[in-house]
Design a protein around this ligand. Structure first.
Ligand code: NAP
Length: 239
């Protein structure tokens, strides 16, 4: 008797901000033989390092270099991903402008909205119509999506906005069996802190790998089980 050959269903995962930090950790965690990873970033050298880490473990890696602060950059990214559906969108790329609200420039405000809110909106709106049932959208929010912090007004504004958008989209997609999984990490030890004034206890922060493990766990649940809102707190200090 001939054995029936089973072809494994190939999947395409798009992760924004995969050049470093949480995005890179997610890419490393989700790399698998049946997955094509579409990895976005701006820094070509850092993104190539991510590629090096994941390439041996997945079917294919495609690098996408675009600035998401402008909607034209998001449109270019969408065009490069092409018409084939994706099974997972990870809205991870993000910026943090941290200063008293009186000092925030309009350009900083608009860039924050562009990267943290408009890009996830445009990507979600574009990719969802072709997503098959069982697909997922992962949004990397923050504990700052639900609580205000002094000097973090632009950042909190953007995460609260993405929170409202994603909670509503989740309800629209429930019947299509598309899961919207929101992550709310506390302070996580990544390069985002390099540009934030002040002394931050980096070694006490959550590791990006812990955030990635939470994402992988939520995605590994049966398709009809949605782990929808995951907060990662840090028990080693008030972070
Ligand atoms: P990170 O190490 O600074 O990485 C940020 C990523 O976003 C990089 O890949 C970066 O790309 C990309 N990015 C930034 N500005 C961009 C732009 N204008 N256009 C395109 N890509 C851009 O920070 P992270 O901590 O991993 O942050 C990832 C996500 O986690 C963000 O949404 C952040 O708000 C969220 N988060 C972080 C923490 C934390 O404490 N670290 C806590 C909660 C939530 P390039 O480097 O290639 O430019």
């Amino acid at each position: 008797m001939f054995k029936r050959l089973r072809t494994r269903q190939m999947k395409r995962y798009l992760i924004t901000g995969a050049s470093r930090g949480i995005g890179r950790a997610i890419a490393e965690k989700l790399a698998a033989a049946d997955v094509t990873l579409l990895l976005h970033g701006r820094d070509t050298v850092a993104l190539a390092d991510t590629r090096k880490a994941v390439e041996p473990h997945c079917a294919q890696v495609i690098l996408l270099i675009h600035d998401l602060a402008e909607s034209s950059g998001v449109s270019d990214l969408i065009a490069e991903v092409g018409a084939q559906p994706i099974e997972l969108l990870v809205n991870n790329a993000g910026v943090a402008v941290v200063k008293p609200f009186g000092e925030i420039t309009q350009i900083e405000w608009e860039q924050t909205v562009g990267v943290n809110v408009t890009a996830p909106f445009m990507l979600t709106q574009h990719f969802v119509p072709k997503m098959p049932p069982g697909s997922s959208i992962v949004n990397i929010l923050s504990i700052a999506a639900r609580t205000g912090f002094a000097n973090w007004s632009a950042y909190c504004m953007s995460k609260f906005a993405l929170e409202g958008f994603s909670q509503s989209v989740r309800e629209e997609l429930r019947d299509r069996k598309i899961r919207v999984i929101n992550l709310y990490p506390a302070a996580t030890d990544t390069n985002i802190w390099d540009h934030i004034e002040g002394k931050w206890p980096r070694r006490k922060m959550i590791s990006p790998k812990d955030v990635a493990s939470a994402v992988a766990y939520a995605l590994s649940r049966p398709a009809d089980v949605a782990l929808e809102n995951i907060t990662l707190s840090n028990l080693t200090g008030n972070l």
